[in-house]
Design a protein around this ligand. Structure first.
Ligand code: NAP
Length: 347
């Protein structure tokens, strides 16, 4: 049992609700993929901290971490707490750097409390931005957008830019950065409301509803001289259509392929790839963690743009760890706007 010396009395009476991986899904995760369990709240030993998790980041990558295949990170193991980024408050500490009351971000997992030695965690300041923003534009998706469009996409002023998954966490920031850099930006999203959001709230120059419009015709109309940068979040047919509309020396950023993550059969590659040859174009994969040493610099720039009103951060927050399963599926149904976040603390 935790000692009063370390922890406020109200926490002693609580348990730690955790989401545990039970079965590896085939296709879309089902109800039997995870289990909600309750365990005792652990006590920190020397060099450790106890964090009360407040907001958990729900990301498409979590689907990939359920597969027992080789990737850029090992899969989550059966009976382990589901891996996820999260932001919370240090409520007990025997650590030299992190103090009680600090707010921190790290790989907390989907649970209400996490015990850690602090590796991979960093402090965040709730006075500079609301806590959920640190899972969003000032967190991993924001860093992905920043390095993806600027470094991998080699964005130049005046480029004609196409971004898919445009109303999501990464895509909405990609489009806004491209606008800041005086580019023409067209977004692809899955509803009229999302398209209106891109046009009216984020200042995109055009938006294509991939569920109701002819994407090929729209690309032809929006890109008479071709696409200079395509930031791909979805893969599949949309990637193929973008390949068919490239400008000379175009850059395609392969950030993700959400349309393929729940496939029950093998991923089908793009057929229009010879467009890369004809247009002397490139298609480059990226993993955001490769840029970790420069996150600080990027966060300062993003924070500055937010302060100047040039960059908006939108979080769609749902409540209750019990609702993890249904909330997670919103990533694939598209029933959310901006960054999907789950509040797991009960206050
Ligand atoms: N490489 C990296 O380091 C890195 C880092 C972060 C994220 N990513 C990738 O970046 C992509 C975007 O991530 P995010 O966090 O910004 O997610 P997100 O866009 O906030 O959420 C996913 C969105 O994808 C759209 N979508 C779902 N199924 C689709 C389909 N079949 N076809 C087209 N669109 C579909 C949905 O919006 P609609 O309503 O528009 O369909 C949904 O809201 C993902 O592929 C993710 O894996 C990569």
């Amino acid at each position: 049992m935790l000692k009063l010396k370390y922890i406020n009395k109200k926490y002693i009476l609580k348990t730690n609700k955790q989401i545990i991986l039970k079965n590896r899904p085939v296709g879309l995760p089902g109800k039997d993929t995870w289990d909600l369990v309750e365990n005792k709240i652990p006590e920190p030993k020397e060099g450790e901290i106890l964090i009360e998790c407040e907001y958990i980041s729900l990301d498409p990558a979590m689907r990939g971490w359920l597969n027992d295949t080789k990737s850029y990170i090992p899969p989550v193991q059966i009976d382990d707490v589901m891996r996820a980024g999260g932001v919370g408050k240090v409520i007990a500490s025997k650590h030299a750097t992190f103090k009680v009351g600090d707010f921190v971000y790290g790989q907390t997992g989907v649970q209400q409390y996490v015990l850690t030695d602090g590796k991979g965690y960093h402090q965040v300041n709730p006075n500079l931005a609301p806590l959920p923003t640190y899972t969003s534009s000032l967190g991993m998706p924001g860093m992905t957008a920043y390095f993806g469009i600027l470094e991998v996409g080699k964005l130049k002023e005046g480029d004609a830019v196409l971004v898919s998954g445009a109303a999501g966490a990464v895509g909405s920031v990609v489009g806004q950065i491209a606008k800041i850099k005086n580019c023409k930006v067209i977004g692809i999203a899955g509803s009229e409301d999302k398209c209106n959001y891109l046009l009216n709230e984020l200042g995109f120059d055009g938006a294509i509803n991939y569920k109701s419009e002819d994407i090929k015709d729209q690309l032809k109309a929006y890109f008479p001289k071709g696409i200079d940068v395509y930031f791909d979040n979805v893969g599949g047919e949309i990637l193929d259509l973008a390949l068919g509309r490239l400008a000379l020396h175009a850059r395609i950023v392969i950030c993700g392929a959400i349309s393929q993550y729940n496939n029950t059969e093998a991923v089908v590659g793009p057929s229009n790839y010879l467009s890369l040859l004809v247009n002397r174009a490139s298609m480059t994969g990226m993993v955001v963690f490769d840029y970790a040493k420069d996150y600080g610099k990027a966060s300062m720039q993003m924070g500055q743009w937010m302060k100047e009103g040039k960059l908006k951060s939108k979080e769609d927050i749902y409540e209750g760890i019990e609702n993890f399963y249904d909330t997670f599926l919103r990533l694939f149904s598209g029933e959310k706007l901006g960054k999907l976040v789950l509040k797991v603390s009960e206050h």
